[in-house]
Design a protein around this ligand. Structure first.
Ligand code: PAF
Length: 276
């Protein structure tokens, strides 16, 4: 596996590849990321993963400084999964000058995560477009845990005519149901035990929906109340259409239940697909 830090060397290395599958990450890798690498492995001859903590997608006061930086361990795990190249640029490599050209995502980016993290998807879309230009993959793999991000990546390649296929990887969970996330390592022991409630709450909503249960607004409110009653500070619980992320109606076939909530100083997100 080649670990490459600069763009000219990466371009030279990839120049001889016929098809590249790409897994962009911010590092702090866990089994969820590794499952994306395994999907990428099935998609192309050459698998490239990037590790870059993208300042542009953090709001002032968010966890940019404390975001896990575990490059040595990340490279070891990527090598074990059979990645061919790890691209680990520094900030000057990706942002050689102040980034003034920014990609403006569609309005769906302002809902859900975007409502609580304004500018987040502008930062994500801008860095992903840069990474796509640098790596020029045929396929890129994103986790379904960041469901809204995956949705926007599909729109990005569609609306900008990029010749890249976006593939979604299933969320990987701990045995108690907690979705794996680099941010889980911020949780203390008590918070870690409590954290599984987020998934349990989504499962409860799904059961209610699939049983034809009460109206969706009531379900959202009861789920938020349940989390808040156990010490969470809920940003949102939202029941949306799987295809557009617009608020769902009772007869929508494909539904996605999404939630974001704070446990102490850690913000967790999760989602679950459901259908009537
Ligand atoms: O999902 C992530 O880790 C990041 O948002 C991404 C796609 C690597 C862009 O920085």
């Amino acid at each position: 596996m080649d670990v490459i830090t600069d763009i000219p060397s990466l371009r030279r290395r990839l120049g001889r590849e016929r098809s590249v599958a790409f897994v962009p990450t911010m590092g702090g890798l866990h089994a969820g990321h590794l499952s994306l690498v395994r999907i990428a492995r099935q998609q192309a001859e050459c698998v490239v993963a990037s590790v870059f903590v993208n300042r542009l997608q953090f709001l002032p006061g968010e966890d940019f400084d404390r975001y896990p930086r575990t490059l040595g361990e990340d490279c070891r795990l990527l090598q074990e999964q059979g990645a061919d190249v790890v691209f680990t640029p520094d900030e000057a490599g990706i942002y050689p000058v102040r980034q003034e050209f920014m990609l403006q995502p569609p309005p769906v980016a302002e809902a859900l995560e975007g409502r609580f993290r304004p500018g987040f998807f502008r930062g994500v879309a801008t860095v992903v477009l840069k990474l796509f230009n640098i790596v020029q993959p045929r396929v890129a793999v994103f986790g379904k845990k960041d469901y809204q991000q995956l949705h926007l990546m599909c729109e990005l390649v569609r609306q900008l005519n990029l010749p890249i296929e976006i593939v979604g990887g299933e969320t990987v969970r701990a045995p108690d149901g907690l979705a794996l996330s680099s941010r889980n390592r911020y949780l203390n022991n008590d918070e870690r035990m409590e954290a599984a409630r987020l998934h349990r709450t989504l499962l409860w909503i799904r059961r209610e929906i699939e049983a034809g249960g009460c109206d969706l607004d009531t379900l959202q409110r009861r789920a938020e109340d349940e989390l808040n009653a156990h010490g969470w500070k809920t940003d949102y619980v939202a029941i949306c259409r799987g295809d557009t992320l617009a608020p769902a109606a009772v007869d929508d076939e494909s539904i996605i239940i999404l939630a974001a909530a704070w446990l102490g100083s850690t913000r967790l997100i999760d989602n679950l697909e459901a259908s009537y």
